[in-house]
Design a protein around this ligand. Structure first.
Ligand SMILES: *Cc1c(COP(=O)(O)O)cnc(C)c1O
Length: 471
């Protein structure tokens, strides 16, 4: 009996061919092709068959072809809709590793656009009319800005560290302080990178204290270099001691060893917010032979790993076969070159590079923007949520300056009829999604990281999220 009913229900499902004649799907086929829509139809019908066979009663409305067609469209959309999408960062974390780290300056975006849309002299020397090197496009500006002898750019800073260790320390030993064996996040661990490079790690000192004598004891006939790693994302406070790069360089000279300094963030700008971050210039002045840092952390450019240092050492890295595997493409080169060009005039850099602008914005400048957002929200949301203005602390993020808080202003929201977690979940699904932070039972929207042109979109997204389900 039940079986009869079940097969009756199954028979009510349309065939793929019939389903594809639904007007919504005819239009979908026109836009995205027959194959995708037919495959999606098969998947939806198969799911429905399984649901029916499981014995759970299926409302007959769910079997209507129009309803099934809507499911097919959703399934197909999941394939062609880009999953990587812009969103609004209302967290107040400026260099947010999960949210794409840095927003490029308009100049960098324009440079990418131009080089992507045309052939270019990426590896062509226009003067000689012969093969050129992609490195040549970027070495000049980096050395001009930093004063380093030579420079190289690779895929990211992890790649820069890997390439340096492979080039100089493969099969040999590298002396590093226990307090600097850090994990950066996303499973990037200094010890793992060293193992991958074939370098052998010699840990010296303790987590909170390492002295020059500890390094000296760690040196053997197979030592290739002394490594200093900036512990970007954490700070040991209290009873601590570390060895400055300058001291390591002296020790290195005594034993004829090179010194590498992995800076991580690479602060090139002179901003009050970055006062405690080791700068690229300090590291160079200390005499490190190789220095590595990221292009998209505090620098505010595209994802890249920048290597600066002694001319011969950097040339050896450029010539290593692995450099080819870690090289950057023309869009990265264009974006980085344009970003770095802004640094030639420090005021320009702070005004034009979004990361620097956000890091330098004083709370007093943020207040009017927060007031504008609060007014917009109050008007748009009415009784659906209460909105208040609060002072709060933003963070630098990106594993930089873990203890530093930047005074900021936030809009604090309490939804009237849904939980704050539900509101946050709904905001992850708006177009564009809005990511805030929950604190004290309220959703905080920090204007420091909301781009000025996104203030309006933020209000619209909030309205969408709160009105959901009451249409
Ligand atoms: C962030 C960081 C890295 C890794 O840099 P990516 O650009 O993320 O590859 C390496 N070392 C230090 C000290 C860092 O802070």
């Amino acid at each position: 009996m039940a079986d009869n009913k079940l097969s009756g229900t199954l028979r009510r499902l349309p065939s793929v061919e019939v389903l594809l004649q639904e007007p919504a799907l005819v239009a979908e086929i026109e836009r995205h092709g027959h194959r995708l829509v037919a495959d999606s139809s098969r998947k939806v019908l198969e799911k429905m068959r399984r649901r029916i066979k499981s014995g759970v009663p299926v409302p007959s409305a769910d079997l209507e072809p129009a309803r099934l067609a809507a499911l097919v469209k959703e399934e197909a959309t999941g394939v062609y809709k880009p999953t990587l999408q812009p969103l609004i960062n209302a967290t107040g974390v400026v260099v947010h590793t999960n949210l794409g780290r840095s927003v490029l300056a308009a100049e960098a975006i324009k440079a990418v656009d131009e080089v992507a849309a045309s052939y270019s002299n990426l590896e062509y020397n226009l003067t000689a009319g012969s093969r050129g090197s992609r490195h040549d496009h970027i070495t000049g500006i980096i050395t001009a800005l930093t004063g380093a002898e030579n420079a190289l750019v690779v895929n990211n800073n992890a790649a820069a560290v890997l390439l340096a260790l492979t080039t100089f320390a493969g099969g040999r030993e590298v002396v590093v302080s226990r307090g600097e064996l850090i994990e950066i996040g996303g499973s990037f661990r200094i010890p793992d990178i060293m193992a991958a490079s074939g370098a052998r790690l010699v840990e010296v000192g303790t987590t909170n204290k390492t002295r020059l004598a500890d390094y000296e004891k760690g040196i053997s006939a197979s030592t290739s270099m002394l490594l200093h790693v900036h512990s970007s994302n954490y700070k040991v406070v209290g009873f601590t001691a570390g060895v400055a790069v300058r001291e390591l360089v002296k020790l290195g000279r005594k034993h004829n060893l090179m010194v590498m300094d992995d800076l991580g963030s690479g602060a090139l700008a002179d901003l009050p917010a970055l006062a405690d971050e080791p700068s690229v210039f300090e590291s160079l002045a200390s005499g490190a032979n190789i220095i590595t840092f990221s292009g998209d952390k505090l620098l505010g450019g595209p994802q890249a790993g920048i290597v600066i240092g002694d001319s011969e050492a950097v040339d050896l890295m450029k010539a290593h076969p692995m450099a080819r595997a870690l090289r950057v493409d023309k869009m990265t080169l264009a974006a980085l070159q344009a970003t770095l060009a802004l640094y030639l005039k420090p005021d320009e850099a702070v005004a034009r590079i979004p990361t620097l602008r956000m890091l330098s914005g004083p709370a007093a400048d943020l207040k009017p923007r927060a007031e504008q957002l609060a007014a917009g929200l109050k008007e748009a949301l009415g009784a659906a949520a209460s909105t208040s203005l609060q002072q709060a602390a933003s963070r630098v993020g990106g594993g930089a300056l873990p203890l530093l808080e930047l005074d900021s202003w936030v809009c604090a929201l309490s939804p009237a009829s849904i939980s704050v977690d539900e509101l946050a979940a709904r905001l992850r699904k708006t177009t564009p999604p809005v990511i805030g932070r929950i604190h004290g039972g309220r959703l905080l929207l920090d204007v420091r990281t909301i781009l000025p042109e996104q203030l309006n979109e933020t209000v619209i997204a909030l309205k969408q999220a709160l009105n959901q389900g009451q249409a």
